[in-house]
Design a protein around this ligand. Structure first.
Ligand code: UTP
Length: 303
């Protein structure tokens, strides 16, 4: 049986303060920082659209008008580019406006990812929905979100994406305990532990920034107290749904994990942001022929 209704909406929380990138994020939202020549948020919206989710809700905070401006027409700029006959630049300016139906809800203050997702409740209604973190990029060639939506249709409940990392790094992440299912790359989540001690971690599979949530998450989030860092954590609410008796949660209970072995780029911290920029530049046919030889030479000359 396929669980319905289908997933049609994407929620992208971007209201965090981006403190790790100050001062760059003083007047520019973190997700507007460019990875080569596109802001991170555009890659994320492109990914949602590629998975069939053309209805995208951004959860925004103070001082983030530039995000909305990025997805709106810029008529003056377009007129100037058209007057110069610069069709390539014109296409680049129009592309984000033609991508998706983007709407916005404000999170008054950044009280955590769980609180940000709760701000989507009215927009989402009684349907399952995807959550994509605006600073986590998944390579367009790896169709993670489509696999997660298919897993939701097969198993119902909520779906998280899991990625294996070295055991000595798990304490920085949300970590999953799970048991196998009949599907090789889908597991049944039995517990989720936020930032475990390395020797108490139930596995070295961490939760990354893609989710498909059953609307049953909303009443759970309303009851979820502030956790780590004084913030309402999405992981805590998913844990409640994962460990609860399925009868208690009725149809919306149960959490499954899709095992992801593809390419993920975390643009939310400086080290990974720099790596992402270099990797993306090396994969770009218009840049790589000049950039890669320069990079090789640069590294050879590094003391
Ligand atoms: P992060 O913790 O990685 O982002 O949250 P941050 O808070 O902006 O960054 P730092 O830690 O201060 O450097 C993951 C995602 O969840 C969003 C963030 O914008 C980011 O995309 N988020 C987080 C919200 O929308 N609201 C919140 O209250 C917290």
């Amino acid at each position: 049986m396929a669980y319905s209704p289908a997933v049609t909406k994407a929620v992208v929380p971007v209201a965090g303060l981006g403190t790790r990138f100050l001062p760059a994020t003083k007047a520019t939202p973190k997700v507007m920082l460019p990875v080569v020549d596109k802001p991170a948020i555009q890659y994320v919206v492109e990914e949602a659209v590629a998975a069939g989710l053309g209805n995208v809700l951004l959860i925004t905070g103070d001082g983030q008008q530039s995000i909305a401006e990025h997805f709106e027409r810029a008529l003056d700029l377009e007129a100037r580019l058209a007057a110069r006959g610069n069709q390539r630049a014109l296409a680049a300016v129009r592309a984000p406006t033609e991508l998706a139906r983007v709407s916005y809800v404000r999170q008054d203050s950044p009280r955590g990812l769980g609180h940000a997702v709760l701000c989507a409740a009215d927009h989402v209604g009684d349907e399952p929905f995807a959550v994509l973190l605006g600073d986590d990029l998944i390579d367009a060639r790896d169709d993670l979100l489509a696999r997660m939506i298919a897993a939701r249709q097969r198993y119902g409940g909520s779906i998280v994406a899991l990625m294996e990392i070295p055991a000595d790094q798990v304490s920085a992440y949300g970590c999953a305990a799970f048991k196998p299912t009949d599907d090789q790359d889908i597991v049944a989540i039995t517990d989720l532990v936020e930032k475990p001690d390395p020797n108490e971690a139930p596995s070295n599979w961490i939760v990354i920034g893609r989710y498909v949530c059953d609307p049953a998450i909303f009443p759970v989030l309303r009851e979820t107290p502030a956790g780590r860092g004084g913030e309402i954590q999405l992981t805590d609410a998913l844990r409640t749904l994962a460990v609860a008796d399925r009868d208690v949660c009725a149809d919306g209970g149960g959490v499954h994990g899709v095992l992801f072995r593809g390419r993920r780029y975390d643009t939310g911290n400086k080290q990974d942001f720099l790596r992402t920029t270099v990797e993306f530049a090396c994969a770009r046919p218009d840049l790589a022929p000049d950039f890669v030889p320069w990079l090789r030479e640069f590294l050879r000359n590094l003391p």
